[in-house]
Structures are given as C-alpha cells and as structure tokens.
Design a protein around this ligand. Structure first.
Ligand SMILES: [Zn+2]
Length: 266
C-alpha cells in the first residue's frame, strides 16, 4: 500500500528506519520542526537545524525514493524564552522560500503558559503575513483539553486564517470533536506508550468519519514506532475497511491538505 507519513521526526532516525518505511510503501514524509533532542542555546542552533531540515534530510530521504517536506517554527517546548523565540521567528521567512518547506509548524502549546501563548500568536501572525499552512502541536495528557481550547481561540482571532489551511495534531477522544466542529483538519498520533494506539485511532475514525483527518507516527527520540502508520492501515483492513478508505486516510487526505501549498508534489 502506498502511504504518506505526514508527521515524523526523521532527524532522530536511522537509515534502517528510512529503508523500512520505503519497503512499507512510504512515498512522502513531512517533518515538522520540533525539539532536536536538546534545548538550543541560541538562534544560531535553530538556523543550523532549519538548514538540516531543508538540505541534508531531504537528500537522505531521496536515497530511499521518499520525498521529504518540512515545516518551520520554534516549538512550544523551547518557547518559554520569548526573546530567543522572537529571534528564531525572525529567521523563518528566509527558510519559507526553500523548495521543501510547506508552512509553519509544529506550533502550539506545551504547558499552556502565557509566554508559549504569546509565541504561538507570533507564529500565527507569521503564517498570516506569508499565507502559509499551519501544523499545530497540542499538549499532553491533563493539559490537552485546555490547551486545545486555547489554540483554537488563538487561531480564531486571526480572521484571515481559514480552518481548511490548519491541521491540529495529536487529537484524542476528548479533543477530536472540538477540532472537527471548529472546521479544522485533525491529526492522530500513534505511540506505543502515550497518545493513541491504532485501535483507539480506528475507533475514532469509525465514529467521526474519514474527512479532514490523518494518522501519523511522529517517531521521535522517545519510545515510538516509525511503522505505526502502515501498521494501523493493516489493522483497519483487518477490521473490514475498504481499500478506498485506507487510500483516503493514509494517502489522499495528507495529499489534499499539503497540496494547498503548490510546492507539494509527489
Ligand atoms: Zn512532532
């Protein structure tokens, strides 16, 4: 089955992972900017990371026949220092011109702090000014419900940002309805230990339908599984879902969302 992995942190992954994903049918990977496994001490550290995401990582993916796209931001986990965040945000416009950059992400909230919210609003403003797609990270566990509400409110304050051009990722049972009712795209992240299992994600699809939703593996530095996405597709097939439905969730939907940026081609 051909599929798109719409959210994967490949800088944390080996070539063996790229090979396994290619063998499983992966055609495209999209990699939001996030934490790099350590806190960066200056904006220069982010400049180097953005250069890697727009230079070396697409070359690494190409060796396995996979197209690599990316998203630019300072992630909420490192956004508590507003001075640093502003310096990083000032670097981003230059990178938005690169061939494999699809938009601003993954922005959002981590601990729902006032500083994180201020940095989130600056990112949304940046997306607004440069007419960019947005990929949103929502907080973990007990902070998720409140954080998702705060993020939706922040997005709604920008009248030019249309819901079709924003995906809110890491939704779970208690937040997917809120995201879909507000008109945004929703992402479901499959993790062995936290966030969603494939079984829970498929339950959600069966309840909420397959429009404007995708699944991803995130596969970062923690316990995670780069093949979580195709494994969920196999479980969906075992539960009797049609090939057309699998193609919609794992290929057509991410293609439809990301194709809103004309740089996205397969
Ligand atoms: Zn991520």
């Amino acid at each position: 089955m051909k599929y798109i992995e719409p959210h994967a942190h490949m800088v944390s992954r080996t070539t063996a992972d790229y090979e396994a994903m290619a063998l499983a049918g992966c055609k495209v990977i999209s990699e939001p900017a996030f934490w790099a496994g350590y806190d960066r001490s200056s904006e220069q550290g982010f400049h180097d990371y953005f250069s890697l995401l727009t230079g070396f990582e697409p070359q690494r993916a190409a060796k396995f026949g996979i197209k690599h796209f990316t998203w630019m931001c300072i992630n909420p986990k490192e956004a508590e220092d507003v001075g640093l965040a502003n310096a990083v945000i000032d670097l981003i416009p230059e990178f938005l011109k690169r061939d494999n950059v699809l938009g601003i992400g993954e922005i959002g909230l981590n601990k729902n702090s006032r500083n994180e919210l201020e940095v989130l609003e600056r990112h949304i403003d940046l997306a607004d000014q440069h007419d960019q797609l947005i990929l949103v990270h929502t907080p973990h566990l007990e902070d998720k419900l409140k954080g998702t509400r705060l993020i939706i409110d922040a997005l709604k304050n920008f009248s030019n940002i249309t819901t079709d051009r924003v995906i809110i990722d890491h939704v779970e049972e208690h937040t997917v309805g809120m995201v879909k009712d507000a008109g945004f795209w929703a992402g479901m992240t499959l993790y062995p230990e936290s966030k969603l299992t494939a079984r829970r994600a498929i339950d959600i699809l069966e309840k909420f339908g397959t429009d404007k939703i995708w699944m991803n593996s995130a596969c970062d530095w923690g316990v995670s599984e780069p093949l979580a996405t195709p494994k969920a597709a196999r479980m969906m097939a075992q539960r009797g879902h049609s090939e057309e439905m699998l193609d919609k969730v794992f290929y057509q939907n991410p293609k439809e969302f990301m194709s809103q940026n004309s740089k996205f081609t397969i």
